[in-house]
Design a protein around this ligand. Structure first.
Ligand code: DAK
Length: 259
């Protein structure tokens, strides 16, 4: 299916999702959100898709935030609605049962950083810049930036970035644990593919279980330890587990059926 603001392509099991509003530095408007939601739904049900790479088109931006022109005249109610909808869609990414990586190829600001933080793994190019500049516009982050940034880098540094609105460079983002790798821009997609392909060789059922367990750690009212017991137990009834153990015992590489 063709989208107006996002390019998609499936190759070797990877769905490439490229935000494609380069003139607006890939700013996230309502249309981007609804296209993203449709793409995720399709990816969830498409057995051809084993993992995702989300990136931005051009060499300047991953996404420079929510589209400021779009929300500039919003009312309190519209603001709440926009925030709830964005949070809901980013939660779909965070709990997605296939691995989702962000290849951050430039500015990841505001909603753009919030999108990257919802992904399971983040890689950045050397020119990438990160920040939550919302306070400079008179708003708080609305797509769970206050929550995920705190989870990822800790309260002290998160509060500093959130309250100053300052931008940081890729090497600092790496030191803070905001991204897993920093590479030259021309190597960004290849390095992301390498990580994703390593994950894709593992049991998809077990990988999905890991995502569920780690998410449980951060979900109020859910005991992550109990979730792990459940997920671990479930694995024993799967074909992936039979294949994985049989392959090990017979000294061969596993070929996981993903069920
Ligand atoms: N939205 C709309 N357009 C944007 C944009 C954005 N976030 N960021 C950049 N653009 C557009 C610029 O307006 C410009 O368009 P033209 O003027 O050419 O038409 C074009 O992209 C190129 O930008 P610049 O000319 O500014 O490029 P520079 O290299 O000089 O600067 C920059 C790059 C990234 C430093 C600069 O563009 C910049 O500061 N952009 C804004 C970054 C920012 O503040 N991002 C955070 C947005 S706030 C909410 C929910 C969520 C949020 C808010 C409310 N509610 C629930 C209501 C989330 C908010 C955010 O994400």
């Amino acid at each position: 299916m063709k989208y107006e603001n996002i390019l998609t392509e499936i190759k070797d099991g990877i769905l490439y999702v490229t935000l494609n509003r380069p003139k607006q530095l890939n700013a996230l408007n309502k249309a981007v959100f609804s296209e993203l939601e449709a793409i995720l739904k399709d990816a969830e049900n498409n057995p051809e898709v084993k993992g995702l790479i989300i990136t931005g088109s051009g060499d300047k931006a991953f996404a420079a935030g929510a589209d400021i022109k779009e929300f500039a005249h919003f009312t309190v109610e519209q603001g709440k609605e926009l925030s709830a909808n964005g949070q809901r869609i980013f939660k779909i990414i965070e709990t997605f049962k296939k691995p989702v990586t962000a290849a951050i190829n430039g500015f990841a600001l505001g909603g753009g950083l919030e999108l990257a933080m919802a992904c399971h793994i983040r890689l950045a190019s050397e020119n990438a810049r990160f920040g939550q500049p919302e306070v400079s516009l008179g708003v708080t982050p609305g797509y769970a930036g206050t929550q995920r940034l705190t989870q990822l880098i800790g309260k002290g540094k998160a509060l500093e970035l959130l309250m100053t609105g300052a931008m940081i460079k890729a090497d600092e983002a790496l030191k803070l644990g905001l991204v897993n790798y920093v590479v030259p821009q021309e190597e960004l997609i290849a390095k992301t593919e390498e990580i994703l392909k390593t994950i894709m060789k593992q049991s998809p059922v077990a990988v999905a279980g890991v995502i569920t367990c780690v998410d449980a750690y951060f979900t109020d009212g859910i005991d992550g330890f109990k979730t792990e017991v459940e997920e671990f137990g479930k694995c024993f009834g799967t074909e992936d587990f039979k294949e994985g153990t049989d392959a090990f015992l017979n000294k061969r590489k596993p070929n996981f059926p993903g069920k």
